[in-house]
Design a protein around this ligand. Structure first.
Ligand code: TYC
Length: 114
């Protein structure tokens, strides 16, 4: 019954003999994905409370952690909201920029490769 059903586990043995060779894998089978920091930038106009709301809503921060990050950005100019794979980071940036624009705040959010 070769080739029928699920009885045969895994791949068949590679052919071996004259004129054939077995190559061994030298690279690890999995690679860590590239990771990206999502950053928010300070400005003079976006209300502090709005920045805290963004950190809670889009980055899952507690009110205390969101307030800590917001104040860090307020004092140092830039701060980290989180670290994500490319597509997740891109989505966060878009969500923040759309939400800020909708409320007519100049808040800027960017991503950078780690
Ligand atoms: N500097 C702003 C203010 O004084 C607050 C602020 C904090 C704005 C962090 C943006 O990413 C930001 N209202």
């Amino acid at each position: 019954m070769a080739g029928k059903g699920m009885a045969d586990k895994g791949k068949p043995a590679p052919p071996q003999g004259p004129g054939t060779a077995v190559i061994t894998r030298t690279k690890a089978q999995t690679r860590r994905p590239n990771m990206y920091r999502v950053l928010i930038l300070n400005d003079d106009y976006t209300p502090m409370e709005f920045v805290v709301l963004i950190l809670e809503r889009f980055f899952g921060k507690s009110r205390d952690e969101a307030t800590r990050i917001m104040l860090h950005v307020h004092h140092h100019g830039v701060g980290e909201c989180g670290i994500y794979t490319y597509e997740v980071a891109e989505t966060k940036v878009t969500q923040v920029m759309d939400f800020a624009r909708k409320h007519q705040h100049p808040l800027q959010c960017v991503m950078e490769k780690k």
